[in-house]
Ligand binder design. Structure first.
Ligand code: DX5
Ligand code: ZN
Length: 215
C-alpha cells in the first residue's frame, strides 16, 4: 500500500495548524516537513520551533526533510521538536554513517536523501544504517517544479538494492496523478506531494487520486 506524505511547503503558512488537521482528516499518511536553510538550497522555510508548535495538531508521522548544511548540529533540535523521521542529505554530510547513527541513537527513524545528480551507488554501504531513502525527482528548494523522469531508473535500481530490507523508498518532487503511477511502478512506496495535494481545497480527493495509481 503506497503512503502519501503531503508537503506543507505548498500549504497556507498563516494557517499551518488548520492545514495539518485538514490533511489528517483527508487521509494523509504522513506529514512531510521541508526544512531549508538558505545555504544547502536557495530557499528558507521553518525550523524546530515551528515544528514543535505543530506537533500537537496531529498524531501522524512527522516526516522531516532537512535540506541543510551541518545537519549534525541540528538533528537534536528536530528530535526534540517531535520529528519521527529525520532525513538528511548525503551531499551535506562529512561522515554519513555517523550522522545516520546519531539519528537512530535519538530514537528516531533515519533517512538519507539524494539530489537528482547523485549516483545511487553511494547508498551501497549505507543500507544497514538507514530506515528510509528519499529520492529527489526535482532539484531541492522549491515546490511546483516538473518531475525529472530520468530518475525513474534510479528508483528501480534502488528498489533492487534494498532487496528484503525494511527500508521505505520515498520519492519527492513533481508528483501528480501521472507521475505517481510511474514512481509506484518503479518501486516507490512513499510519495511526497506538495502542489498536487494543495492545488484545490478538496485535499481528500487529491490524495486519493495519487493513491489510486497503485496497481
Ligand atoms: C522540494 C521539496 C518538496 C516539495 C515538493 O525541495 O523537498 O518536498 O514540497 O513539492 P511538489 O510536490 O510541488 O513538487
Ligand atoms: Zn521534501
Amino acid at each position: 500500500m503506497v503512503l502519501i506524505s503531503p508537503s506543507i511547503l505548498s500549504a497556507d503558512f498563516g494557517n499551518l495548524r488548520q492545514e495539518i488537521k485538514k490533511l489528517d482528516d483527508s487521509g494523509a499518511d504522513w506529514i512531510h516537513l521541508d526544512v531549508m536553510d538558505g545555504h544547502f538550497v536557495p530557499n528558507l522555510t521553518f525550523g524546530p520551533q515551528v515544528i514543535k508548535s505543530l506537533r500537537s495538531a496531529t498524531n501522524l508521522i512527522f516526516d522531516t526533510h532537512l535540506m541543510v548544511n551541518n545537519p549534525d548540529k541540528m538533528i537534536p533540535w528536530f528530535a526534540d521538536a517531535g520529528a519521527d523521521i529525520i532525513t538528511i542529505h548525503y551531499e551535506a554530510c562529512d561522515d554519513v554513517l555517523k550522522t545516520l547513527s546519531s539519528i537512530r541513537k535519538l530514537g528516531k527513524k533515519a533517512g538519507i536523501s539524494l539530489r537528482p545528480q547523485t549516483d545511487s551507488k553511494v547508498l551501497e554501504n549505507i543500507l544497514d544504517y538507514t530506515d528510509l531513502i528519499l529520492i529527489m525527482t526535482v532539484n531541492p528548494g522549491f515546490g511546483g517544479q516538473s518531475f525529472m523522469s530520468d530518475q525513474l531508473e534510479k528508483i528501480s535500481s534502488i528498489r533492487k538494492m534494498i532487496g528484503n530490507r525494511k527500508i521505505w523508498l520515498e520519492v519527492d518532487g513533481g508528483i501528480n496523478h501521472t507521475t505517481a503511477g510511474l514512481c509506484i511502478n518503479a518501486g516507490a512506496d512513499v510519495l511526497v506531494a506538495g502542489s498536487s495535494v494543495f492545488k484545490t481545497p478538496d485535499y481528500a480527493k487529491n490524495i486519493l487520486s495519487l493513491k489510486n495509481k497503485e496497481e
